[in-house]
Structures are given as structure tokens and as C-alpha cells.
Ligand binder design. Structure first.
Ligand code: UDP
Length: 254
């Protein structure tokens, strides 16, 4: 079999050329990074869990009419996606103060916000992804005002949908990060949700105990990341309880 052409390699994912023009294959690695790559580890099985959780969320969003790049999961670590032109912004939606916002504004982590707050960060590792405003985005031509209107509408729809979905799984959606891209249909351009949605890019706290089930487990050394992500998958009903258990050899089926 001929080797696939690598299109892009990031910190947690690899993109390969897809089988049809306009498609790509997104491969989920086991690498976990935090603090702009300062902390790095390989966590066995993380890519498999994120691929499954991302399939679950993006598939459901597609079904609700929210346009995403997700087409289908291909195997344990790969999914087929639509190629798009990535907009160089991270869009963060927050429901509860946490992380960088809690620190920057001196708000205690866990304080519910009066309304969902949308923030933008310019994707540039060398600059440490600085926060930017709509003024910067339009002035520097990263996106037009019309694109921004579409992006906010998508981000808030994703927030409403995911908040409900995780609530049903006993989890609070504290905040999340998404990325979007453009696809072209002749002269017509559309914004779609791209990249990934997984516990790497969301904060998810237990509804009752506030236990963390997201990448903060890795960032803050709070325990086993795999156990946390497996619990998210289990609560969403996308993994049997024993799926992530270590292999114990063949079992006799009577
Ligand atoms: N986030 C992300 N990638 C980044 C930065 C943030 O996925 O490069 C997510 C993060 O997991 C959280 C939300 O975006 O769900 C808000 O992150 P925050 O700005 O609080 O940054 P952090 O505390 O992670 O530095």
C-alpha cells in the first residue's frame, strides 16, 4: 500500500490526504501538551478516546444542522473530514469562570457567569496564542465581520447543544475551545466547525462533586487522564464499561 501524504502535523493530531479531493484524514495522537508545549507526555489510549468522543459530539452536531468538517470515523484513531481553510483563531465559550479567565480577572474558579462569554485567541504558538478582539480580527483580515457573526452563532449553538448533552451525562460544561474554517462552493463561502471537540478542548466537571474530567487532570496533575476521559465516554454511553480495560488475553466463549 502506498504511503499517505502527510498534510500537517500538530501537537495532538496529524492530517493526511484523504481518499477524495476535498477530504482529509484526521489522526488522533496520544500526545498531551500543556502550557504551549512546555509540558508534554504520551498517554496511551488518549487518541482513541478523543477520536470516539469527537465522533459522538460532531456527529450529533451534524445531525442538528450545525455544519462541521466531520464526515465519519474510519477506525480507532482516524476520522474522515472535509478539508477547509482554517481561520487562525481559537474561539472560547465560557459558562463558568475557570482557567485563564479566572486568573486574569481575579474571579474564583467555579463562579457561574451571568451569560456565556465568547473570547477569541490568535493561533500563534510563538506568541502564546494571545487574546484578541473583533477589532483585531477584522483589521488584520483574519475574518470579516460577516464571518464573525456566523462564528458566534455557531459557537453559541454548540454551547447550548453541548451543555445539554453533558448535563444529561452528569457533567457541567464549564468552557470549551473550538476552531472554524471556510469551505467554498463556487463563489459561495460557508463557515464550518473544524478541528476537534474532546476533553482536551473542554472543561467538564462532575455535576455534584465538581471533580474534573478534562485536560486539567493532566495540566494540574490530578490523577489518571485516561480514567477521566474513559469516564466521559462511559457517561455519554459511547463505550462499554470494560472497553478501556487492559487486554487480558483471549476469553473462551461458551
Ligand atoms: N483550550 C484549548 N486549547 C488551548 C487553550 C485553551 O483547548 O490552546 C481550552 C481549554 O481546555 C478550556 C478553554 O479552552 O476548556 C479555555 O481555556 P483557558 O483560556 O482557560 O486556558 P488555560 O487555563 O487552559 O490556559
Amino acid at each position: 500500500m502506498s504511503r499517505r501524504r502527510l498534510v500537517y502535523e500538530g501537537k495532538a493530531k496529524i492530517l493526511y490526504e484523504g481518499p477524495e479531493p476535498g477530504t482529509l484524514i484526521q489522526y488522533f495522537k496520544d500526545d498531551a501538551t500543556a502550557g504551549n508545549g512546555e509540558k508534554h507526555a504520551i498517554i496511551d489510549g488518549k487518541g482513541v478516546l478523543n477520536n470516539r468522543i469527537c465522533e459522538h459530539v460532531m456527529g450529533a452536531l451534524n445531525g442538528m444542522g450545525v455544519p462541521t468538517h466531520f464526515i465519519k470515523r474510519l477506525n480507532m484513531r482516524e476520522q474522515l473530514i472535509r478539508a477547509c481553510e482554517i481561520i487562525p483563531l481559537e474561539v472560547v465559550v465560557r459558562n463558568v469562570a475557570a482557567g485563564s479567565m479566572a486568573k486574569r480577572l481575579g474571579i474564583e474558579e467555579g463562579e457561574p457567569l451571568p451569560r456565556p462569554i465568547v473570547e477569541y485567541y490568535f493561533k500563534d504558538d510563538k506568541l502564546g496564542d494571545p487574546m484578541v478582539t473583533e477589532e483585531h480580527i477584522v483589521a488584520f483580515n483574519w475574518a470579516t465581520q460577516a464571518d464573525l457573526d456566523d462564528m458566534v452563532a455557531i459557537a453559541l449553538r454548540v454551547n447550548d447543544f453541548m451543555s445539554g448533552m453533558f448535563l444529561g451525562a452528569g457533567l457541567k460544561l464549564i468552557d470549551f475551545k473550538i476552531e472554524m474554517g471556510r469551505i467554498f462552493d463556487g463563489d459561495f463561502q460557508r463557515i464550518i466547525l473544524a478541528d476537534e471537540i474532546s476533553p482536551d478542548s473542554c472543561r467538564l466537571w462532575d455535576l455534584k462533586t465538581n471533580q474534573k474530567f478534562d485536560k486539567d487532570v493532566f495540566r494540574r496533575d490530578l490523577g489518571s487522564l485516561i480514567e477521566a476521559y474513559s469516564e466521559v465516554a462511559r457517561r455519554l454511553g459511547i463505550m462499554q464499561e470494560n472497553t478501556a480495560a487492559p487486554a487480558s488475553g483471549p476469553k473462551l466463549v461458551s
